[in-house]
Write a protein that binds this ligand. Structure first.
Ligand code: TEU
Ligand code: CA
Length: 571
């Protein structure tokens, strides 16, 4: 077995720069603030950051509409600030991945400005232009993932341009060699600067079917817009995914994609120090042969459920791990800037604190690189806006208008829009029980309202010195994981295959074997996880107090919602 790579054993942490820390008091997160929090990140124990887009942007999609790939958004700082941040992170042993949006640019990007200026412009074919249908309407029935048609008519030249996301995010035409050349230059610019890799945005959408085959789906728009929600049963999830994939069949996962990813992999492999690609995609195919495409592919299927039950997790692991090519390494996450916060999504409304710990323990002990989303370590929850003018996620505004048009009463429409709005998981980070949660100084107006639960202990300052806080639970758990070769690098073997309440598995590396036992029930329970040959367990980590420093696996008692990790001691 080859020794593990840094990106396999690192704990990753996603930072949404607009919401992390406001250093200059204008209500918007920035590099000044971020630099100031690097010690916090080091003390948390993470080894890598993924930074959501930091580039200049009109912010129609909060930075995912980039108007200059070689710059830094002025509200976040300057390129010099970025370098200081990068150096500061590296100086603390923390690597930095930035977000690379390949599929589309902002409509304010000079490339698109030129492209739209005339049919003869040399950059015309850098984007996807088509003539209107005979009736003057859009070229076909394709939908935008963010609502409405995927085509927008540009009056200047009388043609439609294609956009998988908002109309302010025109898709690049990746079949044009110059587009590729330009974007690879962008990648090199940041790699030369020293970034450790890229999180690749929306990779599956890069190519579309050139013959514009219409879709055959009847998925209603309001339904489609709730893709990021997890409150579906496994059966509903399956039915929804089928319809969703049918709807976008000809706009995603088109031929050429894997060749393109292999090319980008070869490019990053030219750089020293193992630069890394994480795809915002879930299909195993993106691993290529396990060593020639993306390093990491998110295990999004794990997240797509209302309840994280032992049976669900076991089935996910069985399916996923069996499908992976040799050498490929899993990547697990329970939240990001597009979906509900894990504490809200997977809570039961009664034991949310216990479940947040249990789920964190699961995330940090399963085989694979864990990716945390900022704020989960202090138990931040979804915050549902109740005024339409506060919504910053334009997808939610679209949803709201759609529901009003359908005759849904205002309050109900607002509630449903807020529930699917990505704003719910993007509220400012809660640093203290202070004005604006310590994110911005008193008197500032933050870009999204602060979740008022900062005053109920959901903040760093209150949790910092409380040994029983969620923050210190995360710190302890991350430290236990990072000290354990088995948890970082080991194989995964499920135990107790039919247990409804206990998720138990082994993680084994050449140096060490660990047993992980997670009690998903509100009752204490005792299990026989005896191993052959007989062995004792040395307690490595537990979410609860334990009397003994070692345990008999033949008779392991777990407190309600206990997360237990024991190292197997040969007797
Ligand atoms: O998301 C890609 C994506 O496929 C979305 O459908 C995602 O599932 C959706 O946002 C959930 O509501 C990426 C980014 O993560 C997202 O923030 C961007 O808005 C999008 O690309 C466009 O760049
Ligand atoms: Ca600021």
């Amino acid at each position: 077995m080859r020794s593990s790579r840094w990106w396999q054993s690192a704990v990753f942490y996603q930072i949404y720069p607009r919401s992390f820390a406001d250093g200059n008091g204008d209500g918007i997160g920035d590099f000044l603030g971020l630099i100031d929090k690097l010690d916090y990140l080091r003390d948390l124990g993470v080894q890598a950051l993924w930074l959501s887009p930091h580039y200049p942007s009109p912010n129609v999609d909060v930075g995912y509409d980039i108007s200059d790939y070689l710059g830094v958004a002025p509200e976040y700082g300057t390129l010099a600030d970025f370098r200081r941040f990068l150096d500061g992170a590296h100086g603390r042993g923390i690597r930095v991945l930035i977000d690379l949006v390949l599929n589309h640019t902002s409509d304010a990007h000079p490339w698109f400005q030129q492209s739209r200026s005339s049919r003869e412009n040399p950059k015309r074919d850098w984007y996807v232009w088509r003539d209107p249908a005979p009736d003057g309407g859009p070229p076909n029935n394709w939908r935008s993932r963010f609502g409405g048609p995927a085509w927008t008519l540009d009056e200047t030249t009388g043609q439609y341009y294609y956009h998988f996301f908002f109309k302010e995010q025109p898709d690049l035409n990746w079949r044009h060699p110059e587009v590729k050349r330009a974007m690879w230059e962008v990648a090199r610019f940041w790699l030369d600067l020293g970034v450790d890799g890229f999180r690749l945005d929306a990779v599956s959408t890069i190519f579309e079917d050139p013959s514009l085959t219409p879709h055959q789906s009847s998925l209603p728009e309001a339904e489609m817009l709730t893709e990021g929600r997890t409150n579906r049963s496994p059966e509903e999830t399956q039915a929804f995914r089928q319809q969703f994939e049918l709807l976008f069949r000809h706009q995603t996962h088109q031929p050429g994609l894997h060749e393109l990813m292999k090319e980008l992999r070869a490019l990053v492999d030219e750089y020293p120090g193992e630069r890394v690609l994480i795809g915002e995609c879930h299909k195993i195919e993106f691993y290529g042969n396990g060593d020639d495409e993306l390093h990491l592919v998110f295990n999004f299927p794990l997240m797509r459920t209302r309840r994280l039950t032992p049976a669900w997790i076991r089935a996910n692991q069985a399916e996923r791990l069996a499908a992976m090519p040799p050498g490929a390494w899993p990547c697990n996450t329970l939240g990001n800037h597009d979906v509900g916060r894990m504490k809200t999504s997977y809570g039961d409304g009664v034991h949310d604190d216990d479940l947040a710990r249990l789920h964190a323990a699961m995330l940090l002990t399963l085989k694979g690189t864990p990716v945390l989303y900022h704020g989960e370590e202090i138990g931040m929850t979804d915050w549902l806006l109740d005024r339409v003018e506060d919504l910053r996620d334009r997808q939610a505004v679209h949803m709201y208008r759609l529901l009003i048009r359908e005759g849904v009463p205002e309050r109900e429409a607002m509630r449903r829009a807020a529930e699917m709005s990505r704003d719910r998981c993007r509220t400012p980070f809660q640093w203290a029980n202070a004005a604006n949660a310590g994110f911005s100084p008193a008197g500032a107006t933050t870009w999204l309202p602060v979740n008022p639960n900062y005053a109920q202990g959901v903040n760093v300052a209150d949790q910092q010195n409380d040994p029983r806080s969620l923050l210190n639970f995360y710190r302890r758990l991350i430290a236990a994981r990072q000290a354990s070769p088995a948890l970082r690098e080991g194989d995964y073997t499920p135990l107790l295959p039919n247990d409804d309440h206990c998720l138990a598995f082994l993680r084994a590396s050449p140096e060490q074997r660990c047993l992980v036992a997670l009690n998903f029930s509100a009752e204490s329970l005792t299990r026989n996880v005896a191993l052959a040959p007989p062995a004792r367990l040395r307690t490595v980590f537990t979410s609860h107090q334990r009397r003994a420093a070692d345990e008999d696996p033949g008779h392991l008692t777990l407190a309600p919602f206990e997360a237990y990790i024991g190292e197997i001691q040969p007797s």
